[in-house]
Design a protein. Structure first.
Length: 221
């Protein structure tokens, strides 16, 4: 006779939920966060662990404080709306030495500049990004799209041009809770508006897949 027939209304699922509910909350949170591939929200963790959201939120913050006090090599951070383990910045050289083993897979300067323009101007079209940078950025934009750092965000009503914005993955990689945590731009680029106004009219439309397009050498793919 099956578990359901013997009086368990949910069978193995009910047994699993019962077992989860009996676990100590903090170790259970640590176990789950060890296997997530993106920041986990408090709501999702509360649902999985069969606990009130408030209890989960309090436990997460207590764990984060405990790791800091203990000086652990990792930290628990609230990033992009969820929680995830990160290497503590002080130990980044050790991790880079182990993972990269002398090989650097970083974005080029052109890609970083383009990503910065998107982050501060979003939603923004490719032509506007090219105007700010003063060079065609189609190849770099393709790279940022492929890496999941930017995504399409509709079309510009006046021109129909595709608009782009940063993704939650961008926030995660930058260690930000939201775009409001981006540093102020004015102290670094006080003439940004003037530069854009001067260059926007002179930036032509490019074929992003044409290898002989002007500025193609700036592509990052």
């Amino acid at each position: 006779m099956s578990a359901v027939q013997q009086g368990s209304p949910e069978g193995p699922v009910g047994d699993l939920r019962s077992a989860v509910a009996e676990l100590d909350l903090k170790p259970a949170l640590e176990a789950v966060l060890m296997v997530v591939d993106e920041p986990a929200t408090e709501e999702h963790l509360a649902k999985v662990l069969e606990r009130p959201r408030r209890a989960v939120a309090d436990a997460l913050r207590e764990l984060a404080d405990e790791y800091t006090v203990q000086g652990r090599g990792f930290e628990l951070r609230l990033v992009a709306g969820g929680w995830r383990f990160y290497t503590r910045p002080a130990y980044a050289p050790a991790v880079e030495g182990f993972v990269l083993d002398g090989q650097h897979a970083r974005l080029t300067q052109a890609a970083l500049e383009t990503l910065a323009v998107v982050a501060y101007r979003q939603p923004v079209s490719r032509s506007r990004v090219s105007a700010v940078r003063g060079v065609n950025c189609d190849g770099v934009m393709r790279t940022l799209l492929q890496r999941g750092l930017v995504e399409e965000a509709g079309a510009e009503p006046e021109t129909g041009a595709i608009l782009y914005r940063t993704t939650n993955y961008f926030l995660e990689r930058m260690g930000l809770r939201g775009l409001d945590e981006l540093p102020e731009l004015a102290p670094f680029l006080p003439e940004a508006d003037a530069i854009e106004g001067e260059t926007q009219e002179g930036v032509p439309s490019f074929d992003p897949d044409a290898p002989d397009a002007p500025g193609y050498e700036d592509a990052d793919d």
